[in-house]
Ligand binder design. Structure first.
Ligand code: SAM
Length: 431
């Protein structure tokens, strides 16, 4: 790999490792330094976004404002007739040129210039993409007026130059409500013409994409891009789209692939969702999707242990912990599969309304019941899930561990939702 400005051997080693993870040609690529490797869009994300934009950009001229090391320009150039890629850093532009050459791309014109000086009258620009800097030394920049250049200024600049159809990448660290507040300062029509897409890469949050104008397909969406290692043809996306959007019917999106394995007797499964579903207010859409696929019914936030609920036709439950920003989990009486689940657990034991997290240690009856259950399920290792003060967590863990009889048993995850307690076994990782 070619790092133009590097500090030491360690920096090269770390950069190389990261580059190999993010880019198929990682070891041969050109970067200014380690931060540039970190800032460059992962190849698969750049290719997904370009593919999503391809309906409009095919055969057209696209401007990449702030092209960095060039990965997005390279993705866009696969469809566009021409990409004009600009950046105000000369050395970065040189890296981007080499990277495009490495990928055999010849339809990108690179210009080293401040974006504000770009002259829209010289050549017809059909569409714009931009990914402003979100790092300053070791600090991560999040807010839209904090990025470099400011995302708000960039949007206003495009608006002033009559560019209405554009895509901007921003931090993934927003909830929909926070993001809508941030966007309050831009033109109302522009704001209403913007889709916010929470984008995950192999189930890990990567960015939020703002699709303006003709690129907008819905109000809010979430996409999880799964990679079959760098094979362009097998990028798999799972999209979740806010269904109460009036233009939703126009969308052609892939539904989740839900597999049901029938259980002979009633078992419950706990599903931790990938990040973004709650933040983007998409939980009901996910549940609807599962319901559509499986014809299941839903009741929210129920008391799981009440017998009447077990006997009824209700079999998807949402459960969340207020402490953790209301991050929802699903409990379903079937084992299903979806790329929207981060972790799947089999519920071994549910204890209803025991006590608050912080009072747990003091309550010896509850604690001994928990230990008794853990021993009954042959548990030899525990993971505590839920928010605890570190001191309490350590004390609780050591108290439980010292009372576990089994040395070679299973690993159990102990969840605390509000006052409820769940003992569960991870299905995918702790078999
Ligand atoms: C996050 S990087 C872009 C990464 C790029 N999408 C990629 O995949 O390689 C942001 C870039 O914006 C550039 N930049 C910052 N301020 C700029 C400005 N005023 N005009 C043009 N480019 C600017 C930086 O030099 C940096 O290379």
């Amino acid at each position: 790999m070619n790092l133009i400005n590097f500090k030491d051997y360690n920096e090269i080693k770390e950069s190389l490792k990261l580059a190999k993870e993010k880019f198929s040609l990682g070891k041969d690529m050109f970067f200014l330094n380690k931060v540039a490797v970190e800032e460059t869009t992962p190849e698969i994300v750049a290719f997904y976004r370009a593919k999503r934009m391809s309906n409009l950009i095919t055969g057209k001229t696209v401007l990449d404002l702030c092209c960095g090391s060039g990965m997005d320009s390279i993705g866009l150039a696969k469809y566009a007739k021409k990409v004009i890629a600009i950046d105000n850093n000369y050395e970065t532009i040189e890296c981007a040129k080499q990277n495009a050459k490495l990928c055999g791309i010849t339809n990108i014109e690179f210009i080293c210039i401040d974006y504000k000086k770009f002259d829209f009258t010289k050549e017809k620009i059909d569409f714009v993409f931009s990914d402003p800097e979100r790092r300053k030394e070791n600090k991560r920049l999040k807010l839209l007026n904090e990025t470099n250049p400011s995302t708000i200024e960039l949007i206003n600049f495009l608006n002033k130059n009559q560019i209405n159809d554009f895509v901007i990448e921003i931090s993934n660290n927003f909830t929909l409500d926070e993001l809508n507040k941030e966007l309050d300062v831009i033109d109302t029509e522009l704001k209403s013409n913007c889709e916010k897409e929470f984008c995950l890469f192999n189930k890990n949050p990567n960015c939020i994409n703002l699709y303006f104008g003709k690129f907008k397909e819905t109000e809010t969406s979430l996409v999880n891009i799964n990679m079959e290692l760098f094979d362009d043809k097998t990028i798999v996306e799972d999209r979740l789209i806010l269904t109460n959007s009036p233009i939703n019917q126009l969308n052609d999106f892939k539904e989740i692939n839900v597999l049901i394995t029938t259980q002979s007797h009633q078992k419950y499964y706990l599903y931790e969702l990938i990040k973004g579903i709650d933040g983007m207010n998409l939980i009901n859409d996910l549940i609807n999707l599962i319901k559509q696929k499986n014809n299941l019914l839903l009741k929210e936030n129920i008391d799981l242990c009440e017998e009447k609920n077990h006997n009824g036709p209700l079999n998807i439950y949402t459960i969340y912990n207020k402490d953790e920003n209301k991050q929802s989990n699903l409990i379903i009486d079937k084992l299903i599969e979806s790329n929207f689940f981060k972790n799947r657990f089999e519920v071994l034991f549910f204890d209803k309304k025991v006590c608050e997290n912080k009072e747990f240690l003091k309550n010896s009856t509850v604690l001994s019941r928990l230990i008794e259950k853990l021993n009954q399920f042959n548990v030899s290792k525990i993971v505590l899930r839920g928010k605890f003060e570190e001191k309490i967590q350590i004390e609780l863990k050591s108290k439980i561990n010292s009372n576990l009889i089994n040395k070679n048993g299973i690993k159990a995850h102990i969840f605390f939702f509000e006052k409820n307690l769940i003992i569960a076994k991870n299905i995918d990782f702790d078999a």
